[in-house]
Design a protein around this ligand. Structure first.
Ligand SMILES: Nc1ncnc2c1ncn2[C@@H]1O[C@H](COP(=O)(O)OP(=O)(O)OP(=O)(O)O)[C@@H](O)[C@H]1O
Ligand SMILES: [Mg+2]
Length: 243
């Protein structure tokens, strides 16, 4: 459904992505892991159209979308959350979602409002509808990122570290939310450092290091891969993640 081929990204002399091929099928859930600075967020930024790659192409449903910016990609069904939440502080939670449903989803009137209620319900945020964005704690801001992305009516949801700092109970809640999103047929690409949460949701795992994909496939095999243990997990964490 979303396919990137030969992506490279340079910031000046710094090569951040080198010749990365990445794809996600309709309804599939893919996890991305890797050490800090591996290029995970950069890959997501390029998939979402936040900035263009230095080279390479992106296709969505068989059509080249390399030339579309983030707003245009959102309107055709590619939505993302940000690693650092960016709510509109002066607006309520509901108003934040309305902006997303209108600008990102192209919805109007009742249809936009219904989409927002749906997204809030799915994320367990209905009670927070009237809270100003500025008063939310970190966890709720992360959830708002997710709800906002959902309110645009995506076919592919790109998530950047929405799980950081959660208690076990909150993590279980987040897993249930993402599984429900997937059950609706929305494809999910999820960058997350909390590997034991990620493996409860994704059917395929990609590990990046220094701008390249160093392993991908079935999550358990990837977490046992020698290169992944060496670059990212370390032996004890690998054992804990796979169980
Ligand atoms: N706009 C930018 N200008 C210059 N360098 C950048 C820019 N964005 C990212 N980088 C650099 O690119 C590299 C990859 O960054 P990226 O944010 O993609 O890593 P990441 O895998 O998401 O890491 P983390 O797990 O810490 O979020 C880092 O060395 C970072 O400093
Ligand atoms: Mg990142």
């Amino acid at each position: 459904m979303l396919t990137a081929t030969g992506l490279s990204k340079r910031f000046g002399a710094l090569v951040v992505l080198s010749d990365v091929d990445f794809s996600v099928r309709a309804g599939e859930a893919v996890g991305i892991v890797g050490p800090n600075g591996a290029g995970k967020t950069t890959l997501l930024n390029i998939l979402s159209g936040t900035y263009p790659p230095s080279s390479g192409r992106i296709a969505f449903r068989g059509t080249d979308v390399s030339g579309l910016d983030a707003a245009a990609r959102c309107r055709i069904g590619i939505a993302r959350s940000h690693q650092i939440p960016r709510p509109f502080h002066g607006m309520t939670v509901f108003e934040n979602l309305l902006v997303a449903a209108r600008a990102g989803g192209g919805l109007r009137g009742r249809a936009a409002e219904q989409k927002c209620l749906d997204a809030l319900g799915q994320c367990g945020m209905l009670k927070l509808s009237n809270r100003p964005g500025a008063t939310l704690g970190l966890l709720d801001r992360k959830r708002l990122e997710l709800a906002r992305a959902l309110a645009t009516g995506p076919d592919v949801l790109l998530l950047d570290e929405i799980g950081g700092g959660l208690t076990d109970g909150e993590a279980a809640e987040l897993v249930a939310i993402i599984l429900a999103i997937r059950a609706r047929g929305i494809a999910v690409v999820w960058i997350e450092h909390i590997v034991h949460i990620l493996v409860q949701v994704v059917e395929r795992l990609v590990c990046m290091d220094a701008g390249r994909i160093i392993a991908e496939g079935d999550p358990k095999s990837v977490l046992r891969d020698a290169a992944v243990i060496d670059a990212y997990l370390g032996p004890s964490a690998a054992h804990a993640a796979v169980g």
